[in-house]
Design a protein around this ligand. Structure first.
Ligand SMILES: Cc1ncc(COP(=O)(O)O)c(C=O)c1O
Ligand SMILES: [Zn+2]
Length: 406
């Protein structure tokens, strides 16, 4: 597809060959770029089942002969939950389970795109800073594509995520500091060695990969778009990508409305919400972040301007939920739908629980962005204890009674 890059801050339009990642005038923080297309071809049939995200290549900034990671990225299930919808006072509820991607998070959609672009440029090493998922995703997809990955993570990232990186053979630098510090360090080092950058917001193509989540959901719903989309928010790229996906589909006349998008943050990491509520989008509020939802524990969100502008255009807003609400949401979502989400993955559901009364009778889609097995420690205190017994029938029955199972 032929495309241009437009600065979200000053609006200047660039030819892709003339800029590297961000607007040279506005810089890395405010000058993130949007990929804009002249027009979309008229297509209605997509081979989602076999091609995953590449079924939507006509909506992506890639050449017809682009590289495709030899793993099925996307084509994740969407579940209609009628009973739960009624329980919550909604007309319909859809759960899009992106924990079912190859490395178990939404981030695979972006990594697949980063790898396609790196191959286009003939670069064989890709780097990123990540709270965990972008990293495990990049390392897994790089391994599948015979590329090298260098990852900067905060040393506090959950063990499962760090182990995942090592298993895939990534070079891992654990930074004794926050995600925000790991991010800045990665940019300095990556730039020095000329590696390809897979950092949220800075690389405009990542959002294009991520927008396939919205396109895919719309396609799976036969272009019948829900009224509201609930999305968890850290840096703000995923939530922006959901808007962009629906917005591109509307431009292509495949759908006629964009849902109201509600971004959900953790209370201890609600910098995007604060900026949105301040009304001064190009003067971002940065904070010191903390939350059990490690994936969205971001204090200096990199896509804050885009996220605020897009969510405003959708008629939506940002809300925040406590760590307790997130923990309880993981458990409730798992018990009511069978979808086990990591804390950031269940944050969208926690947000829905919080504002369900405002959304009465509406149809809602929640995006579950990461699998629960990524971080079991955070949820342990929200579930019952195991009943340990000797191999003895009477003891087993006692324990079952205690548990209320008989
Ligand atoms: C599971 C999960 N959900 C949501 C997000 C939020 O995405 P963003 O940082 O683009 O707002 C992330 C980002 O790491 C994530 O890993
Ligand atoms: Zn600019």
């Amino acid at each position: 597809m032929s495309y241009k890059l437009r600065c979200i801050h000053c609006g200047k339009v660039y030819d892709p060959a003339d800029v590297k990642y961000t607007c040279p005038v506005c810089g890395n923080r405010l000058g993130t770029l949007e990929v804009i297309y002249d027009e979309f071809p008229e297509v209605e049939k997509f081979d989602l089942e076999h091609k995953g995200i590449w079924a939507f290549s006509d909506f992506l900034p890639v050449e017809p002969n682009h590289f495709e990671v030899p793993l099925l990225v996307g084509n994740t299930p969407i579940y209609e939950k009628k009973e739960l919808a009624h329980e919550l006072g909604l007309s319909d509820l859809y759960v899009k389970d992106d924990g079912r991607n190859p490395t178990a998070s939404y981030k695979d959609r972006a990594s697949a795109m980063a790898i396609a672009k790196a191959k286009e440029l003939g670069i064989s090493t890709i780097y990123c800073a990540s709270t965990g998922n972008a990293a495990s995703s990049l390392s897994g997809l790089a391994a599948a594509s015979q590329m090298k990955s260098v990852i900067f993570v905060p040393s506090s990232a959950p063990e499962a995520k760090i182990t995942q990186l090592l298993v895939y053979g990534a070079t891992v630098i654990a930074v004794d500091g926050s995600y925000d510090e790991a991010f800045d360090l990665s940019m300095e080092v990556g730039e020095e060695f000329g590696w390809y950058c897979r950092n949220s917001a800075v690389n405009p193509y990542l959002l294009e990969g991520k927008k396939t989540g919205a396109i895919e959901a719309a396609y799976q719903l036969n272009w019948k778009i829900p009224d509201v989309a609930m999305v968890s928010v850290g840096d703000g790229t995923v939530v922006s990508s959901i808007y962009k996906g629906f917005s591109d589909l509307k431009k292509a006349k495949l759908i006629d409305k964009i849902p109201m998008i509600i971004g959900v943050q953790a209370e201890g990491a609600n910098a995007v919400m604060r900026t949105f509520n301040s009304g001064k989008f190009d003067n971002p509020v940065d904070i010191k972040a903390h939350s059990i939802a490690d994936s969205i524990a971001v204090g200096k969100p990199r896509d804050v301007l885009k996220a605020c502008k897009y969510i405003k255009k959708s008629g939506g807003k940002f809300i925040s939920v406590s760590d307790d609400e997130i923990g309880n949401a993981i458990v409730e979502l798992a018990r009511k739908t069978g979808v086990f989400a990591e804390p950031a993955g269940a944050t969208s559901y926690a947000g829905l629980k919080k504002i369900k009364n405002e959304l009465k009778a509406k149809s809602v889609i929640i995006f579950v962005t990461g699998n629960g097995l990524k971080d079991i420690n955070s949820v342990k205190s929200f579930v019952n204890k195991v009943h340990t017994v000797k191999p003895n029938r009477e003891e087993a029955k006692e324990a079952l009674k205690d548990a209320g199972a008989i």
